[in-house]
Ligand binder design. Structure first.
Ligand code: G3H
Ligand code: ZN
Length: 288
């Protein structure tokens, strides 16, 4: 069942767990994520970046694939189809394409421009019955070979965006995309508490860069109001490792091991196991 993400995140905030946002890249990825979530009865947010959308032949193709797969696999858990780190135009395209949720990432604009654009998109998304996430304070990560250490958002700027009626808010608390460097300082719980104090108790917060954060920090973040955690890199890592092992073991040369359905199976299974492990950590099993 495709739904917008507001209700599942409001419930998560109230129930002190987090809903997984898993990024998808292709048919196998989508199928693996959906089957894992159905097996453990977890609601899920399927994240689609603009790049992944383009790779999958456009947002319309993604919507058609997800809707058809949801039906043919007999998925009963709530599924939100969500644009990840969207531009203004990307958000409009996903509204048109039948996504159920969008993220407008205006964090690279000055706060006034971020407010202006977010405000417009909140009205447009809500009119279409969709949920909307916004971002304050850029999430660090690797860009052109330089690894940022993770910015901390300004709580007052968070309040300005929160007050626009967004359904959930991504705010930098030292988290970064991709693999965390060895000298990473960890999440800033001080910043998280200050943001919460500024925006109030009722708005679910989003933690980006969810790959590789130690379990105790994940649990503490959830206890302080994080209700959605984005995971992309870790799924890519387990997929690549399992595929590499299959090929290095020469399995692709045995029988019809070169058949793509066989070649992609170890990586597919690895995604399922990783999703289930994340769901257990986030406390989201049996919350559908
Ligand atoms: O928006 C996507 C995420 O924040 C994923 O981050 O690749 O570090 O898991 P990650
Ligand atoms: Zn992100």
């Amino acid at each position: 069942m495709l739904v917008n993400a507001k209700e599942m995140l409001d419930k998560a905030l109230e129930g002190h767990y987090a809903v997984p946002h898993f990024n998808i890249n292709n048919l196998e990825w989508t199928k693996a994520v959906l089957l894992a979530c159905e097996e453990v009865k977890s609601p899920v947010i399927l994240g689609v970046s603009e790049g992944a959308g383009k790779y999958m032949c456009g947002f319309e193709t993604v919507t058609a694939m997800v809707k058809a797969m949801d039906k043919s696999l007999g998925i009963t858990v709530p599924v939100a189809l969500h644009l990840d780190h969207g531009s203004y135009d990307g958000c409009l395209a996903c509204i048109k394409a039948g996504f159920t949720s969008i993220m407008f990432d205006g964090s690279h604009f000055g706060i006034e421009e971020n407010v202006e654009k977010t405000k417009e998109l909140v009205a447009t998304a809500h009119k279409a019955g969709m949920s909307i996430e916004a971002e304050v304070g850029a999430i660090g990560g690797e860009e052109d070979g330089v690894v940022g250490m993770g910015e901390c958002a300004d709580p007052q700027e968070c309040k300005k965006i929160a007050d626009l009626g967004v359904d959930f808010l991504a705010a930098g608390i030292g988290n970064i995309h991709g693999i965390y460097p060895e000298n990473w300082q960890g999440l800033s719980f001080e910043t998280l508490a200050a943001i919460k104090a500024a925006i109030g108790e009722n708005l679910p917060l989003v933690l980006h860069g969810g790959s590789g954060i130690p379990d105790d920090q994940i649990k503490k973040a959830i206890s302080l109001g994080v209700s959605k955690i984005n995971v992309n890199t870790e799924l890519q890592l387990v997929f690549a490792k399992a595929t590499r092992e299959y090929i290095e073991a020469g399995s692709d040369k045995k029988g019809k091991g070169y058949d793509p359905r066989k070649l992609l199976k170890p990586g597919f299974d690895a995604i399922i196991e990783e999703c289930k492990a994340k769901i257990a950590l986030f406390g989201c099993a049996n919350k559908a």
